[in-house]
Design a protein around this ligand. Structure first.
Ligand code: PRP
Ligand code: MN
Ligand code: MG
Length: 182
C-alpha cells in the first residue's frame, strides 16, 4: 500500500483496487463495442486519469475527444450551473459515444452532457463512470451503463478527483480530512 497523503483520512480504493475495476470495465466495453464506431469522450479535468487507464484497457478501435464542463469551480459545493469551457473537436453524428467520467454525484454534469450530446445525433450514447456516489434519499436521472464502484457520501479525492484543484495526482481514492475543507 502506497504512503498516504497527510490530508487524507483513509484510503477507499487502492491503486490495486482501481486497476482491477478498470480492467473489468475495459473488458466489458471491448465486448459490447466490438464492430462499432466507439468514441470515448472524457470530461475535463477530473476524468483524465480514468480516461488514460480505461482507453488502454479497451482492445477495440476507438477515438477519443474531450469536453471541459465545470459545475463545481473551486469550492466543495456545486454552484448548480454547468458551463462548457471546451467543446468537442470531432463530429459524433452516427457514432457510438461513451462519456467517461470520474464521478457521478448529483448527476447535474452528466444530465447536461447527455442532453447536449444527444442533440448531435450519435448512433448511441452511454456513460462510464468510475465512481457513483451513494447519497441517502437521492435518485439520479442518470443510469450509467458502466460503473467502477459505488462510493460513500464523503469528500473523495485522488485518481483525478480534486479539492480546489489539488490531490488529482494521488494514485488512490481517499477521503479528505474534514479540517482540510472546513
Ligand atoms: C466534478 C467531477 C464530475 C462532476 C460530478 O467535476 O469530476 O465531473 O463534478 O458532479 P455532479 O454529478 O454533481 O455534477 P468538477 O465540476 O469539479 O470539475 P473538474 O472535473 O475539473 O474537477
Ligand atoms: Mn469533472
Ligand atoms: Mg472538481
Amino acid at each position: 500500500m502506497e504512503a498516504m497523503h497527510p490530508d487524507v483520512d483513509r484510503v477507499l480504493f487502492s491503486k490495486e483496487d482501481i486497476a482491477d475495476m478498470v480492467k473489468r470495465m475495459g473488458a466489458q466495453i471491448s465486448k459490447d463495442y466490438e464492430g462499432k464506431d466507439l468514441v470515448l469522450i472524457a470530461v475535463l479535468r477530473g476524468a483524465v486519469v480514468f480516461m488514460g487507464d480505461l482507453m488502454r484497457a479497451i482492445d477495440c478501435p476507438l477515438a477519443i475527444d474531450f469536453m471541459a464542463v465545470s459545475s463545481y469551480g473551486d469550492g466543495a459545493k456545486s454552484s448548480g450551473i454547468v458551463r462548457i469551457v471546451k467543446d468537442l473537436d470531432i463530429d459524433i453524428k452516427g457514432r457510438d459515444v461513451l462519456i467517461v467520467e470520474d464521478i457521478l454525484d448529483s448527476g447535474l454534469t452528466l444530465k447536461y452532457l447527455m442532453k447536449n450530446l444527444s442533440s448531435r445525433h450519435p448512433a448511441s450514447l452511454e456513460v462510464a463512470t468510475f465512481l457513483w456516489k451513494d447519497v441517502e434519499g437521492r435518485t439520479t436521472a442518470i443510469d450509467p451503463k458502466y460503473v467502477g464502484t459505488h462510493c460513500p457520501d464523503e469528500f473523495v479525492v485522488g485518481y483525478g478527483l480534486d479539492f480546489a484543484e489539488r490531490y488529482r495526482n494521488l494514485p488512490y481514492v481517499g477521503v479528505l480530512k474534514p479540517e482540510v475543507y472546513a
